[in-house]
Design a protein around this ligand. Structure first.
Ligand code: ADP
Length: 482
């Protein structure tokens, strides 16, 4: 990327691209090579407050626009995202590391939130309720909640941005956003396109900088009505505590520890394909990633063989290499965690079926071989901590009820997957698995029109679908005496 040409590696507040007042910047690093891509401003409290000022000022006009007016602007933004998809995907691959083909896929997925919510914003309906007397009428109306603060993660820098911002804008809210410090450029490029689409100044304000200071500034400000966050459970809990003081609405999409249950009657090719998608997409760095794979013992040898065949085909490489299927881990800390999970499992008796070490070919980045582990037991860290890397631990089971019990034995509750061709098992699985999302014979469950989110300590609220729009709306009950 020619960084001289970047016009958007700045803060975007009230329609202006500006530097931090301190003039400080921090580097954005390509995790595949270790090279610095560019610097972005290191904003703090002043800029975080300025962003709220701008969003508050823009709120009355934006919230009073008609749904059609908001549709026109959002749809223009969607078109510009699609027109510029190659450039966005290049930035995404460079700062996040994922293979370019996956980056293109993510840009389409990100754009789908903009087009879907552009439309859905036209369907913010109210209700009338029969009153208890002839002299009264009861109405229920929906109104935008106000200024929304969004904090997004690095694993899907485009999709997590549009998922929050397009929904908030369609509801009539204005926004302040802080993308993850390791991947801010994709989000800033999307903001640039929103500006080109004509979305007015102050409706989206994006800043980069110190996460804690920015987060705390937004939490304590009464003018922010809602905080929406995707990231780790630890930070989510901190934000939820901070939101209590001003009773802000929160939506949290936090960690997961997804189980996959493969029954003996499953279509094994489909199951292997599903495990590859749910485990190895984005190098295993998604919150809906399979983290425990339960396989019925009678098919264990054949399943492991088939899976190993496919896993060994996954070429590890720098994201812009055309045949790369697995990119680097995001940073040293991510690499160390994956290594610790594998070493701990091996020390406790796990067998490495394939992979299990660093890819030495690319010394500049943090590449780990796609790995399968067998002989797993519940004492291993990998069975309870989210790995966020390309490691698949396989556990045997004899009884589906026991598999479901083990699958539910976690504090997380985001996504679960199961593979079976049996109707009774299907119903049991989707009814009994304690997760917000269940994929049956399906390893790829994220879509703009479906409510995505977790239960237990995986989060609160839903993103996607009409349920996602509700998160940005207040319900007002009006009683009219006549
Ligand atoms: P991960 O460990 O996967 O990087 P984090 O939860 O640390 O996940 O990061 C997700 C997002 O939360 C990022 O945008 C990050 O900058 C932000 N973040 C991290 N710590 C805080 C904090 N204390 N307050 C507010 N935001 C934070």
């Amino acid at each position: 990327m020619n960084t001289q040409k970047l016009k958007f590696n700045k803060l975007y507040i009230n329609g202006e691209w500006i530097s931090a007042f301190s003039r400080e910047t921090f580097d954005v690093i390509n995790p595949g090579t270790g090279n610095v891509i560019t610097g972005v401003p290191n904003a703090g409290e002043i800029e975080a407050e300025m962003a709220i000022d701008a969003a508050s000022k823009a709120f009355p006009e934006w919230s009073e626009k008609t749904a059609q007016e908001r549709f026109d602007l959002l749809y223009k933004w969607f078109q510009l995202i699609i027109e510029n998809k190659e450039e966005i995907a290049t930035i995404l691959t460079e700062e996040q590391g994922k293979p370019y083909s996956e980056a293109i896929g993510e840009v389409h997925y990100a754009a789908s939130f903009v087009s879907w919510y552009a439309e859905e914003g036209k369907r913010i309906y109210g209700e009338t309720i029969p009153a208890s007397s002839r002299e009264k009428r009861i109405l229920v109306i929906k109104q935008p909640i106000g200024v929304v603060a969004a904090i997004t993660p690095w694993n899907f820098p485009a999709a997590m941005f549009t998922k929050k911002i397009a929904t908030a804008l369609a509801a009539g809210c204005t926004t302040v956003i802080k993308p993850a410090e390791v991947t801010p450029l994709t989000a800033l490029k999307l903001v640039k396109l929103a500006e080109e689409a004509g979305i007015p100044a102050g409706v989206i304000n994006a800043i980069t900088g110190n996460p804690k200071i920015i987060g705390q500034t937004w939490l304590k400000d009464k003018r922010v009505s809602k905080i929406t966050f995707t990231g780790s459970t630890a930070v989510g809990k901190e934000l939820m505590r901070g939101a209590a003081d001003t009773v802000k609405k929160v939506s949290l999409e936090l960690g997961g520890h997804a189980p996959v249950i493969v029954c003996a009657d499953a279509n094994l090719d489909k199951a292997v394909e599903g495990v590859i998608l749910s485990k190895f997409r984005n190098g295993g760095q998604t919150c809906v990633c399979a983290n425990r794979i339960y396989v019925e013992n009678s098919i264990m040898p054949i399943f492991i063989d088939k899976l190993r065949n496919e896993v060994e085909k996954l070429k590890v490489g720098i994201g812009n290499q055309s045949d790369a299927k697995i990119g680097p881990l995001i940073n040293q800390a991510a690499y160390t965690k994956v290594q610790r999970h594998v070493e701990d499992a091996v020390a406790k008796g796990a067998k490495v079926v394939c992979g299990g070490k660093r890819v030495e070919e690319y010394q500049g980045g943090y590449f780990y071989e796609p790995t399968i582990l067998s002989n797993i037991n519940n004492e291993m860290i990998i069975m309870s901590e989210e790995t966020f890397g390309p490691v698949a631990p396989i556990v045997g089971f004899d009884d589906i009820d026991d598999a479901i019990k083990q699958a539910n034995d976690t504090d997380y509750g985001l996504a679960a997957y199961a593979f079976t061709e049996n109707l009774k098992s299907t119903i049991k699985l989707y009814e009994k698995l304690e997760y917000g999302i269940v994929g049956i014979n399906d390893g790829l469950v994220s879509l703009a029109q479906a409510p995505f989110g977790g239960i237990k300590q995986s989060g609160i609220g839903r993103e996607g679908g009409h349920q996602g729009l509700e998160e940005y709306l207040e319900t007002k009950y009006v009683s009219i005496g006549i």
